[in-house]
Design a protein around this ligand. Sequence first.
Ligand SMILES: [Fe+2]
Length: 194
Amino acid sequence: MDNYITGATVRRLREEKGITQAQLAEQIGVSSKAVSKWETAKGLPDITLIEPLAKALGVSVMELMSGNTVINKNVSANMLRSKFYVCPVCGNIIRTTGDAVISCCGITLPPLEAEEADDAHGISIEKVEDEHFITVSHEMTKSHFISFITYVTSDRVQFVKFYPEGNAETRFRLRGRGYIYLYCNRHGLMKKKI
Ligand SMILES: [Fe+2]
């Protein structure tokens, strides 16, 4: 765990709630001296107190732990804001529609930043009836290959996984404007507007 409750958060939330250290202490069954110690960074609340503490302060455990007021702004998540994470150890692929802290194999993964596809990773898009036929001419060896291609539009993500020795080509149903992303295990995430 990287973060634990900070005294400053306890103080701020307690003051916002308009209660004294003694009142908070009474609600969760500790001494007011204990609360005072937490708030002045001379001690930390035991893990078993986190839930009652959050309840007494009128916040969620997550808000208490992060020190931030949590408001769910992701209610109309747009797939075009998708972020991709790839674990360099096991190859796990994760997509989110907003900010997240993602970890895999003990590593915190950064969201991948997509570059415009370069010549070595050219994405050819051919319209065939109601589908896009996508081809990436790129080597597909075990040490260097296209791992996935995905077609992201505002309401949908179409995703295809590739393996070495295969062909990096697929078909996607036409869904309008968006992005084609490809992921090369050596060169990372690339995109092309569609
Ligand atoms: Fe590559």
